[in-house]
Design a protein around this ligand. Structure first.
Ligand SMILES: [Zn+2]
Length: 221
């Protein structure tokens, strides 16, 4: 994420694996993992960057184009919720990849913002097997997949996101409740909400993928 400054520069925030951006009010408890404190001239609240590990960070980028955004983020494609998101161009980029479709929607140079959980939810909604090469999937189905990703992330945002642990909280330190609405992720052995078939878990690039073996069949050759 980034914040625009009056000077035209931007402050870029990378959460890494465990970073949190919190609004700190004077009476809050001190935090042992506080890394960066931002104070304001017009408020007593502070913005805290808290990180248990140190994969995340904040930095200032002076170079910014009004069209492509900060120079240091130029390699990152728009996310499906961005007003700049170009559905047709994204489908074209996806169709050019022979990798599994899940790897393609997790690739930030193709489309950003879709993480492991929302990828599985989107693929379940689109009835696509995660391993199908993106190049072999018709454009219309890829478009549906991206539309599902936009829906699932919009629904998740309305519930504050998906908090599997105490690290994932909003700026006020509250958890999100979308984990209760997940249809695929984390539901190994539980019945598919569409067809009742037990979901399976498969390993994918050191992560888990959850799918319905009936609704999301292997690629047709
Ligand atoms: Zn199913």
């Amino acid at each position: 994420m980034w914040f625009s400054l009056d000077s035209g520069a931007v402050v870029i925030v990378h959460l890494g694996m465990s970073g949190q951006v919190l609004v700190h009010q004077g009476n809050d408890q001190p935090n042992p993992h506080l890394r960066i404190r931002v104070s304001f001239t017009d408020s007593r609240d502070e913005l805290w960057f808290v990180d248990q590990r140190t994969f995340g960070g904040m930095f200032v980028d002076e170079a910014r184009s009004p069209v492509t955004g900060p120079d240091s983020l130029r390699h990152i494609a728009a996310d499906p919720l961005s007003p700049d998101f170009d559905l047709r161009a994204t489908v074209r980029r996806m169709r050019a990849k022979n990798s599994p479709v899940k790897a393609v929607i997790l690739d930030q140079t193709v489309v950003s913002g879709i993480g492991n959980i929302y990828a599985d939810e989107s693929l379940w909604r689109a009835r696509l097997h995660w391993q199908r090469p993106a190049s072999g999937i018709p454009s219309g189905r890829l478009r549906e997949l991206l539309e599902h990703s936009r829906e699932v992330m919009t629904e998740a945002l309305a519930q504050g996101g998906t908090s599997f642990d105490s690290l994932y909280v909003n700026v006020n330190g509250s958890s999100g409740y979308f984990s209760r609405s997940l249809a695929a992720y984390g539901r190994e052995g539980e019945p598919c909400l569409r067809c009742g078939t037990p979901l399976v878990r498969e390993q994918f690039a050191n992560r888990s993928s959850f799918r319905c073996p009936r609704c999301q069949r292997a690629a047709r050759r």
